[in-house]
Design a protein around this ligand. Structure first.
Ligand SMILES: CC(=O)CC(=O)SCCNC(=O)CCNC(=O)[C@H](O)C(C)(C)COP(=O)(O)OP(=O)(O)OC[C@H]1O[C@@H](n2cnc3c(N)ncnc32)[C@H](O)[C@@H]1OP(=O)(O)O
Ligand SMILES: NC(=O)C1=CN([C@@H]2O[C@H](COP(=O)(O)OP(=O)(O)OC[C@H]3O[C@@H](n4cnc5c(N)ncnc54)[C@H](OP(=O)(O)O)[C@@H]3O)[C@@H](O)[C@H]2O)C=CC1
Length: 291
């Protein structure tokens, strides 16, 4: 069955980026969130990010207008039931994701494929709570979605080949590159990236460097486009901590112990760019290190 429509749950930074790339690739998009404010902000951001691509000659005025026309929003999760593909991109918490799939289930077409953009949580476990574990996959985009080429595809233990092949076709239609990862905590990218970010926070915690020197070191010394603390702020410190907890609990190895300083920032509500404060304070003209 050809996939032409997608339902996106969660209109945060990932949800809006995913809606953006699907609409540009010609899919009909229906996006939901628990707040109207999040939906309005997401649509405004997609408009701005399409403008960036327009001003750089990557898309035309017609492409932009057509993409925006393909995006609809709703506050009712169950409206998404008639779409061909569900992409869950809500907060990185297993209970939240489980509840979303549970609530959606009675309203789904029998053919609808379910996916989660989770950064770390077991696909097999999420799938096992639904009526279609064979049609369930991890579909992990990278941030910022319109810019990053990679999508991780993660099969749960029960995912069938027809579902995997259908998702490969979707990735191809988006013009992105798929990497297949096995279903173990945090898959490939975050298994490697997140311990590096956590180590950068330990480096700060132990006073080996400050925010600026740590970020400069990795940017100028290892050619990373962003320093690890700047990247953590960009991803969201709550998401970074959630991923470290999944690694720590799922692999039972102390090398994944989340840095207490990362926990403290999250407890303060200093979640990075999305709350205007994290390892940097973004409330002024230029970001200022908070340590
Ligand atoms: C946590 C997880 O589960 C998984 C993850 O996602 S891990 C995070 C993965 N992401 C990264 O590691 C990102 C690392 N950072 C970068 O690659 C770069 O800093 C960046 C691409 C984000 C920004 O690059 P930059 O050169 O500093 O900024 P900027 O010049 O504004 O942007 C570069 C290009 O991207 C475009 N761009 C940036 N953000 C965009 C967006 N949201 N939408 C559309 N276009 C965007 C810009 O228009 C620009 O386009 P051109 O190349 O055509 O000029
Ligand atoms: N940030 C990143 O770099 C990446 C994140 N991911 C993954 O993508 C997912 C989303 O992350 P991200 O976009 O950064 O997070 P955000 O915090 O930016 O957005 C999450 C959104 O989901 C909403 N939400 C929460 N619960 C529900 C619900 N029950 N139904 C509908 N919407 C809900 C939130 O609303 P509210 O704010 O009101 O709670 C918020 O708008 C996570 O699983 C994360 O691990 C994957 C790749 C990269």
């Amino acid at each position: 069955m050809e996939i032409t429509s997608v339902g996106i749950v969660g209109a945060g930074q990932m949800g809006n980026g995913i809606a953006h790339v699907f609409a540009l690739a010609g899919f009909d998009v229906l996006m939901t969130d628990i707040s109207q404010d999040a939906l309005d902000k997401a649509v405004a951001l997609i408009d701005r990010n399409l403008d960036r691509q327009l001003s750089r000659g990557k898309i035309s005025e017609e492409d932009k207008a057509a993409a925006l026309k393909r995006i609809r929003t709703t506050l009712k999760l169950t409206d998404l039931g008639q779409t061909d593909l569900i992409i869950e991109a809500a907060t990185e918490r297993e209970t939240v994701k489980q509840a979303i799939f549970e609530d959606l289930q009675p309203h789904l077409k029998p053919t609808t494929i379910l996916t989660s953009n989770t950064s770390s949580i077991s696909i097999t476990r999420l799938a096992s709570r639904t009526d279609r574990p064979e049609k369930f996959m991890g579909f992990h985009f990278m941030n910022p979605v319109p810019v990053m080429q990679l999508v991780e595809l993660i099969r749960g233990i029960a995912t069938d080949d027809a579902t995997y092949q259908a998702m490969l076709k979707v990735v191809e239609k988006l013009g992105k590159t798929a990497a297949s990862a096995e279903d173990f905590p945090a898959f490939i990218v975050n298994r490697i990236l997140m311990p590096m970010i956590n180590e950068a926070v330990y480096t700060l915690y132990e006073g080996v460097g400050n925010v600026r020197s740590i970020d400069e070191s990795l940017k100028l010394g290892a050619n990373h486009p962003m320093g690890p603390l700047e990247l953590a702020d960009f991803i969201g410190l709550d998401t970074c901590l959630a991923i470290m907890n999944v690694l720590h609990e799922g692999l039972a190895d102390t090398k994944y112990r989340p840095c207490p300083l990362l926990t403290k920032y999250v407890e303060a509500g200093w979640l990075g760019r999305k709350t205007s404060r994290g390892f940097y304070d973004y409330r002024g003209e230029v970001p200022v290190p908070t340590r």
